[in-house]
Design a protein around this ligand. Structure first.
Ligand code: SF4
Length: 106
């Protein structure tokens, strides 16, 4: 992913998190693959079939490789964690994502 694209995807996800509250998009355990899906690194890797199960993929012509479970950005589980200090981000960026100053004031 190019830097410009990476920045754009991060901004989309940060805005989504601010607007929707606690979810994978804002969780410290999550590593996005794109603006909708990412992998949860909270737990150990699983088989390819298990990895895509939460996306609703039951059969695929491509065999997914083993790895961390993939989730959609709006998902949330009891292990959600956000310990990132958002106030370290530049003020213009915080305005772009609609940040209102609290972990979920959005
Ligand atoms: S909310 Fe739960 S499933 Fe989503 S990234 Fe965080 S720990 Fe993983």
């Amino acid at each position: 992913m190019s830097d410009d694209r990476e920045t754009a995807v991060s901004r989309i996800l940060d805005r989504f998190y601010v607007e929707h509250g606690p979810c994978c998009a804002g969780c410290d355990w999550w590593a996005h693959a794109n603006s909708l899906v990412g992998e949860c690194r909270r737990s150990r890797p699983v088989s390819g079939a298990e990895r895509v199960d939460m996306l609703g993929i039951r059969s695929s012509s491509l065999r997914p490789s083993a790895g961390h479970i993939l989730t959609r950005r709006e998902h949330r589980c009891g292990e959600f964690r956000d310990e990132f200090d958002w106030t370290t981000l530049p003020a213009p960026y915080l305005r772009q994502i609609g940040w209102k100053g609290a972990p979920h004031a959005g």
